[in-house]
Write a protein that binds this ligand. Structure first.
Ligand SMILES: C[S@@+](CC[C@H](N)C(=O)[O-])C[C@H]1O[C@@H](n2cnc3c(N)ncnc32)[C@H](O)[C@@H]1O
Length: 301
């Protein structure tokens, strides 16, 4: 993640803009401590670096080796840590694929409730969700490999499987249509939980085949720093989440297209997805849970 310089320098710039000398800062989920070190460098009087995992030990030795004497490291989470006073700035890189997959946003929102002063500053403060329509036919052909009788074997029983599988890809501008579909936003200063349903629409400006949706997000880190993970932005480790369609969908020029993505949390970090596209006449609805049940049924004696 530290090697993702687009991500890390965006946080560095935002922290430099938000943290004024003398402020107190919490870095929630500090990992190797990089955001804490940025905050200390910006003149914070006291930085509290929290992480629930053993990685905290690494942050501690790196902090000491680099002379960050005002960074305090605490192992714990949003419910186990207590502080004597609220902080002025709460920063966290709590973002998974399509922002929501890591399940850390809810913990960040609880940390906001517990640790941030009423007039304190959040980084990130808002998330915006987007979808692009995937137009690269090669991706569809790759997913339909099992429909090609590979090596003379009939794999058609599981032909649908790859189409019901959500994956992370790095799309370029040639892979998607230029229409950006706004799927709504999350104001992290007010929200109590992360969203589970994302709905948006666009008007097709040409008639063309669509093979799936590419989900991305933009994180607003400060007034001037936006971290855009879309297919037209500089690449980040988040890429985009690919929601394939079982059959090509024909986008017809002038028609309104509605897309919907739904994320449901399973056990632990597991996520189940439903996604759909429709133009009022044709609708394609996908659900990875149904397909997982089918697989389960085959392997259960
Ligand atoms: C995406 S990493 C970010 C690390 C670091 N802040 C950075 O920017 O490189 C998220 C970190 O948050 C920690 N974490 C996740 N959920 C947490 C929670 N509820 N409480 C404390 N730490 C958490 C993980 O252990 C992990 O180190």
């Amino acid at each position: 993640m530290l090697q993702d310089t687009v991500r890390t320098t965006a946080f560095e710039r935002a922290i430099a803009a938000l943290v004024k000398p003398g402020m107190t800062v919490m870095d929630f989920g500090c990992g190797t401590g990089i955001l804490s070190f940025f905050a200390s460098r910006s003149g914070a009087s006291d930085v509290i670096a929290i992480d629930q995992s053993a990685i905290l030990a690494v942050a501690k030795v790196i902090g000491a080796a680099n002379g960050f004497v005002n960074v305090r490291f605490i192992r714990g989470d949003e419910s186990s840590v207590t502080l004597p006073a609220p902080v002025d700035v709460l920063v966290s890189e709590c973002l998974g694929y399509f922002a929501v997959t890591e399940g850390m946003i809810d913990a960040f929102l609880l940390a906001r409730e517990r640790f941030l002063a009423p007039d304190g500053v959040l980084c990130p403060r808002e998330l915006r969700f987007y979808a692009h329509l995937v137009s690269n036919q090669n991706l569809y052909k790759q997913l339909d490999f099992w429909g090609t009788q590979p090596y003379g074997i009939d794999y058609s029983l599981v032909r649908d499987w790859p189409f019901h599988t959500v994956s992370v890809k790095s799309f370029g501008s040639d892979d998607v249509l230029p229409w950006m579909i706004d799927l709504g936003s999350l104001d992290l200063r007010k929200a109590s939980c992360q969203p589970s349903k994302f709905v948006g629409s666009c008007i097709a400006t040409q008639t063309t085949e669509v093979y799936g949706l590419a989900g991305s997000f933009t994180a607003i880190l400060s007034d001037d720093v936006l971290l855009d993970t879309g297919p037209f932005a500089e690449r980040t480790h988040w890429g985009q989440v690919f929601f394939p369609l079982r059959h090509p969908f024909i986008a017809r020029a002038g028609k309104q297209i509605e897309v919907q993505i739904e994320a449901r949390r399973g056990m632990g970090e597991e996520m189940f997805w439903r996604w759909s596209i429709n133009d009022g006449t044709v609708s394609i609805d996908m659900d990875d849970f149904v397909h997982r049940l089918w697989i389960q049924a085959q392997i259960t004696p």
